[in-house]
Design a protein around this ligand. Sequence first.
Ligand code: DUR
Ligand code: ZN
Length: 132
Amino acid sequence: MKDKTIVETLYEEAMKTRENAYTPYSNFKVGASLLSDNGEIFSGCNVENASYGLSLCAERNTIFSAVARGERKFKAMLIVAEGEAPVKPCGACRQVMAEFGDFDVYLANTKGKIEKTKVSELLPNAFSPKDL
Ligand SMILES: O=c1ccn([C@H]2C[C@H](O)[C@@H](CO)O2)c(=O)[nH]1
Ligand SMILES: [Zn+2]
């Protein structure tokens, strides 16, 4: 598959799953999608809670569901939310990404703007399993 096609598919999946975001408190809907080394695509959205701190970001929700399905190696992730600039993952999600390697990360907005980065750019010098 060509790189462009993968990104388009990831974008469509993230946009679709973003519609399921449960965000009664922030009203900020985020969708994410993740391509595993096996070629499978997983997706997730943010899920908030009345106890605000328990809210789970789309990125971690997506990575955790992929891990629950037995996937631990990833090629690329795409994250999408509304805004002029593509969405930026929070620190907690960057740390969880770094646990699973240095894959490509595409940051997008709902208008179709997409920026390519990677885990090691989002979280340089990360504490990782190698440090234990
Ligand atoms: O990259 C991000 C940034 C924020 N959020 C969520 C957390 C919370 O539910 C809402 C507002 O911060 O957006 C994500 O899911 N991913
Ligand atoms: Zn996060």
